[in-house]
Ligand binder design. Structure first.
Ligand code: HEC
Length: 162
């Protein structure tokens, strides 16, 4: 009986030290993953904005050419980048001002659904002035967005596909 108890105690001690070993190993894995996460590249606010700038430009030429499928695509790219700012730029208080552009964006989306160039143009103008309202609200008033006069690239057609 004595031997059995001693044996059981030995087993318990062995199991405990095994447990401690596993915990230390897991902690080391968590630390190493955390380390990798900390060094993962994520785009900054300005990089998302530069991407929005391109889609804002293309959106104009898609809409004014009546290429509604492309216009819909471009506006969704803008919405996606704004969503990414909310997700990835939580350290930037400016991200809290994104709400102001949601309705103007939706109004352009509605004009695209209605396939109305007139509605599109007037709502695009409001959208663009809201870009600037946010730049003013976030001390970036020097960054002035305008209705584009030329597409950003020469290797893309904005006419609807045949
Ligand atoms: C939430 C407020 C907000 C809204 C809405 C907003 N911006 Fe910005 N934008 C900023 C801030 C803040 C910066 C500065 C980012 C930085 O720190 O690099 C910026 C920077 C920019 C830049 C400068 C990027 C560069 O490096 O030259 C462009 C271009 C730009 N925005 C375009 C737009 C366009 C186009 C829209 C509308 C479709 C828009 N922004 C809407 C806040 C906003």
């Amino acid at each position: 009986m004595k031997y059995i108890i001693a044996f059981l105690m030995l087993l318990a001690v062995a199991a405990c030290s095994q447990q401690t070993g596993n915990t230390a190993q897991l902690q080391a894995q968590i630390d190493s993953l955390q380390n990798k996460l900390d060094r993962t590249y994520k785009p900054g606010f300005g990089e998302f904005m530069s991407s929005i700038q391109v889609h804002h430009n293309k959106l104009w030429f898609a809409g004014t050419n009546g290429n509604w499928k492309l216009a819909d695509f471009e506006i969704n790219e803008i919405k996606e980048s704004l969503g990414d700012i909310k997700l990835f730029c939580t350290d930037r208080p400016e991200a809290n001002s994104i709400g102001m552009i949601e309705q103007p964006l939706q109004n352009v989306s509605n004009a695209i659904q209605q396939k109305s160039i007139t509605e599109f143009k007037s709502n695009y103008t409001i959208l663009t002035s809201t870009c600037n309202s946010c730049h003013q609200a976030t001390q970036h008033e020097f960054n002035i967005i305008t209705i584009p006069t030329a597409p950003p690239y020469t290797n893309q057609s904005f006419k609807p596909a045949l």
